[in-house]
Design a binder for this molecule. Sequence first.
Ligand code: NDP
Length: 299
Amino acid sequence: MAAKVIDGKEFAASVRAQVAEQVSKLKDEHNIIPGLAVVLVGEDAASQVYVRNKHASTIEVGMNSYEHRLSADTTESDLLKLINDLNNDPKVNGILCQLPLPKHLDEELVINSIIPEKDVDGFHISNVGMLSTGQKSMVPCTPLGCLMMLRDHHGSLSGLNAVVVGRSNIVGKPMANLLLRDSCTVTIAHSRTKNIEAVCRTADIVIAAVGRPEMITGDWIADGATVIDVGINRIPHPDKEGKFKLVGDVDFASASAKAGAITPVPGGVGPMTIACLLANTLTACCRSNNLAEPEGLTA
Ligand code: NDP
């Protein structure tokens, strides 16, 4: 039977609608408007698009958006000063420093200069530590989006076998920690894993976060498994010369013939990332004002 295709666009729209509803309540009941500050250093074309989209989505849900565009030759001390100002600005609940930064800036230092409570990307070392020890933290947006889709599809994840392919700090590791927190039995596979196809075939849930176009094929997938494809790869279009197309880390055609449910690329995990950034900003705002956290929008 063909797999159910999990529609990330629709899911992300519903997350954004829930955020907008909560933001409107915060305004009406507490006169609070959550604020997200996005810092962009330099002219990286892809980053400019992401920042523009983040700004538009933030405004759309009724939050305040503060954009800070700095030149590519900004010094580390000037960037740290700006982050310090944002850390101390009560109107700002979330701070995101768009990566990658120009090479002369120390990404780790910059990320760790954002106070953990406003670190809506969930990359601060304190948030990483709190997530891995099962404490309340800010959770990276892409894995949070995957978790929301999995919970929606399965209900409880308890006892399911999950294989996360990829061990990066921004996707693979936090994803594995989140699944562990939801009581999955978790395996993390990577470039040195032996018999990786057989490892994947043991999984009720496969998360692909590898960055290799269509690497995971149908024969890696157990009948009825859920496949979440995080990958975004731009490859030459097979039918249109000089054009490109986006594909995931999973070969959709063969995997969807085996899986019970699968996310497409594009239109799967991708749209969830910004939706979860907005959810995280709302969560940060509620926490800083000692208000109840929005249900269903946190890990
Ligand atoms: P990284 O390059 O940081 O990590 C890739 C991981 O895949 C590494 O752990 C690597 O293993 C593993 N890997 C590489 N080759 C193989 C292989 N042949 N077999 C098994 N494992 C392998 O990537 P990211 O985690 O940052 O991103 C992964 C994908 O997700 C990319 O396509 C990226 O574009 C996409 N992405 C999508 C987002 C979204 O919003 N949808 C957000 C973030 C990322 P090792 O550690 O051993 O080298």
